[in-house]
Design a protein around this ligand. Structure first.
Ligand code: FES
Ligand SMILES: [Fe+2]
Length: 373
């Protein structure tokens, strides 16, 4: 599995593009049938055959900071709870009580045991059914066979991955990639919102810099460049790097000592439906949960870039996140919603992607391959 460029190599490639007025180019463009955004059968297959069969990022490890910390939400249509067990291991379960199916926990919090609020069946963090109120009513119940149903779970790169298929496992694509979220980064916000657009349209908006000049003329463009990106692939995932103009300050730094934090935005696309953006002062894990053909729940976790011990880390991170969300992020969301409305126009049989949009083609290629497997 190819490693990503380190910062000195990345800086060199960015400076070459600035000097020559170029950007990374894919070998060819791509065409995606519009029917793939409008077909219920295709949507169902994406959930069933891809999202539920892939180990996908569920939350940052920092969301399960201490034993008993849990996060519950719907992932690819399945209620799931992830938690940190008393032994420090991250685990996940189908979030459905083994009595009559109530969701055992909602939202996030910290608990020593998970008690269903319908009739009080109580599970340990290890998923074992520990307590059944008035147990004499269930003379034949084998408690050992009524624990929460576990899901394959592992932590890598500062993320908790959960799979819904026992056969899904770590594909090794992060093995040669630096941690996306470090241990000392502090989680300062977690929120969800519903966007009226297909999840793939939403995702595509993160993966190219061809739109920066026209979509973000007064927000991102004054700090960045028109259509200038470095695009790399690791397994089914990709990284798109967007330089800021302040990278120019690094021209005077000896090449081997160039560090790009604060001088670029890194966008990591984690197949299929997660994105990690590393901005100047904060990092966000964005999970694009398909709700229906035309609706996506955006789950956002925001973390500081600098350690919590730095007294200004959180204020800087909050300001950074607010700027991005209220300016360029809002512009992107407006475009995504307009594309979704445009699907009904009948104008396009296919969408056409140019050689600047290689990360989108990489995603669609991987999605097609996963659907066909
Ligand atoms: S459904 Fe959970 S205790 Fe009854
Ligand atoms: Fe954008």
């Amino acid at each position: 599995m190819a490693a990503l460029l380190d910062d000195p190599a990345l800086a060199e490639r960015i400076f070459a593009h600035i000097d020559e007025g170029t950007t990374d180019l894919a070998a060819a463009g791509w065409r995606e049938p519009v029917a793939n955004y409008r077909s219920q059968a295709r949507f169902d297959a994406e959930l069933e055959r891809v999202l539920r069969r892939t180990a996908t990022p569920f939350c940052p490890s920092a969301a399960l900071a201490e034993p008993g910390a849990y996060v519950a939400r719907v992932a690819a249509g399945t209620p799931v709870v992830a938690l940190r067990d008393a032994d420090g291991v991250a685990r996940a379960y189908r979030n459905s009580c083994r009595h009559r199916g109530m969701q055992v926990v909602e939202g996030s919090g910290c608990a020593r045991a998970l008690a269903c609020r319908y009739h009080g069946w109580t599970y340990g963090l290890d998923g074992a059914l520990k307590h059944v109120p008035h147990a004499h009513g269930f003379p034949d119940l084998d408690k050992s066979r009524h624990g929460l149903v576990p899901l394959p779970t592992f932590e890598k790169s500062g993320l908790v991955f959960v799979a819904q298929d026992p056969a899904a496992r770590d594909d090794g694509s992060f093995d040669r990639v630096p941690d996306l979220i470090g241990k000392d980064q502090r989680l300062f916000a977690a929120r969800e919102s519903l966007l009226p657009a297909n999840w793939k349209i939403f995702l595509e908006g993160f993966l190219e810099g061809y739109h920066i000049k026209t979509t973000h003329p007064s927000t991102f463009l004054p700090f960045g460049y028109d259509n200038l990106n470095v695009i790399e692939y690791f397994g089914r995932n990709s990284r798109v790097v967007f330089p800021f103009q302040r990278i120019e300050k690094l021209r005077d730094v000896p090449p081997a000592q160039r560090r790009l934090g604060g001088a670029v935005t890194y966008v990591y696309q984690l197949f299929p439906n997660a994105v990690v953006t590393v901005l100047s002062h904060h990092t966000a894990l964005l999970i694009l949960e398909p709700v229906s053909l035309g609706e996506t729940r955006l789950v956002t976790y925001s973390l500081t870039n600098r350690p919590a011990s730095d007294p200004k880390a959180q204020a800087d991170a909050e300001r950074d996140a607010a700027f991005v969300n209220q300016t360029g992020g809002a512009e992107d969301a407006a475009v995504v919603c307009a594309i979704q409305r445009g699907l009904a126009s009948g104008a396009n049989e296919e969408f056409v992607y140019g050689r600047f949009e290689g990360a989108i083609a990489h995603f669609h290629r991987a999605l097609d391959a996963a659907l066909a497997s």
